[in-house]
Each structure stands twice: as structure tokens, then as C-alpha cells.
Ligand binder design. Structure first.
Ligand SMILES: [Zn+2]
Ligand SMILES: [Zn+2]
Length: 124
């Protein structure tokens, strides 16, 4: 007589992996600002109105409802040196992509004049 108890329990409650959602932090390598972010990329699932122009660190805007599709862009990677920089004007500069201020300054001559003027106002 085979008494082997071969009842296979379906793993219904195997949610361990999902509950251990680690908070991800965005850290600006220029000013050391550290904030929790919800998504990194081009198309945040909670953003419905538009797409981002570049891969960015975004946070669901805590002050508006998610339905409205408002987000807070925290920062992005410098397209030259890949450093994480926040959207503070003293940390990053946007011209066809995010540059950290150091890279923006280093290739200032490749920007149009009006952009160079803006850049010159930023003091590192
Ligand atoms: Zn910063
Ligand atoms: Zn850079």
C-alpha cells in the first residue's frame, strides 16, 4: 500500500519576494541630495500624459493624485560622464540631454551662443 502523502500544496502564499520591496534612492553626485525614487526610465507606468525625453529618476508627485499623472523628475544621468545629477540648476544643465555642470562647462563651446550665456551664469 502506497502511503506516500503526495499532496502538493500550491504555493499560494508565496509573496515573500514581493513584500520585500527595497526602497530605491536617487543620489545626486554633485550636491549629495538623496531622495527615494519610484522609477527610472523613459515611461513611468504612472505617467499617462506624456513620455519623458530621456531616462530619468522620477517620483510620483506626493502632492497630486496619481490619476492626474503628475510626476516629479528628480534627476538623470549625465550623457557624457554618466554621473547621477539632480535637476537643480547648479547640478545639471539640459540641452538635448542632461549634462552635469562640469561636463556642460567642459564642452561649452559646442553649445549655441544663447545656451553658452545661460551656462556662464552658473558658477560651479
Ligand atoms: Zn544635485
Ligand atoms: Zn558629466
Amino acid at each position: 500500500m502506497d502511503t506516500k502523502d503526495s499532496k502538493e500544496e500550491p504555493e499560494k502564499y508565496d509573496l515573500k519576494g514581493e513584500t520585500e520591496e527595497k526602497s530605491k534612492y536617487f543620489e545626486c553626485e554633485n550636491c549629495n541630495l538623496k531622495v527615494k525614487y519610484d522609477y527610472f526610465g523613459l515611461e513611468p507606468p504612472f505617467l499617462t500624459k506624456y513620455k519623458l525625453k530621456e531616462e530619468s529618476f522620477v517620483m510620483k508627485d506626493p502632492f497630486t493624485s496619481v490619476k492626474k499623472g503628475e510626476i516629479l523628475i528628480l534627476g538623470a544621468n549625465c550623457i557624457k560622464c554618466k554621473k547621477c545629477v539632480c535637476k537643480d540648476p547648479n547640478c545639471s544643465f539640459y540641452f538635448n540631454g542632461t549634462y552635469c555642470v562640469v561636463c556642460a562647462k567642459s564642452c561649452i563651446s559646442s553649445f549655441p551662443l544663447n545656451v553658452q550665456e545661460k551656462l556662464n551664469k552658473i558658477v560651479i
